[in-house]
Design a protein around this ligand. Sequence first.
Ligand SMILES: [Zn+2]
Length: 262
Amino acid sequence: MTTSKKSAKKTSNPRPHIGNAFEVSLCTEVNQVCPNCSSALFISKGGKRWRNYEIAHIYPLNPTADEIELLKAEKRLSSDANHEDNLIPLCFPCHNIYDNPKTIAGYRDLVKKKEDIIKQRAQQNVFSQYHLETEISEIIESLCKEDAQFEESSLNEAKRVDEKLDGTITPFAKRKIKNNVTWFYLFIRERFADLERSEPGKAVLISHQVKTFYLKQKMLTTNQQEIFENTVKWINSKYSSASETAAEVIAAFYVQNCELFE
Ligand SMILES: [Zn+2]
């Protein structure tokens, strides 16, 4: 928002008082860096931390006549300009560039970035709602043991994975899943069998939990790449000690085992 344009503004809505917790959550959503230039949103100087950002309205709070005209056909993230979906922290220079003057390209770019954030926020809620038994961590840890030995599966199995994956997943991800199935499927199946012997029903329960999570994902998107990545993030969100690589191996196991992309 610039003060110089105030006279040209059609209406004058008050800027909201943004509470500390709310502001922190907006900064956390962008990983504490400016979404346009990656500058840190907080800087340390003289033993203190300083704000290096302003909260920007994606659709202007008090649009000028020019801005109303420019953005009249554009989608809005909220009918209320002060809604969190319409707010994003920008560093001072980027905020200035964004507002002076507003451009269609700049507006669409920020809308897209905020939409991704909103999607991610919704996923975080799903992650916390869908339980995964803690025993999965034993399987993950067994992958990382020094004496772990992996037996290669037949080519046929990796080929079956091919049939389940469609064009919405990248060739790169497809190749990784196939490699993971080839090298780790038998190993993980054995670990789940061990678990089932020591705690009957546990491995079956975990596979049902993965299946339920997948069915929920399928309601949110048909994009296999997104579903696979979200499954990996979900497994990771349950166990901070889980490496992303190990979570990818587990997710690939469930592709082969038919809980994912059946
Ligand atoms: Zn910036």
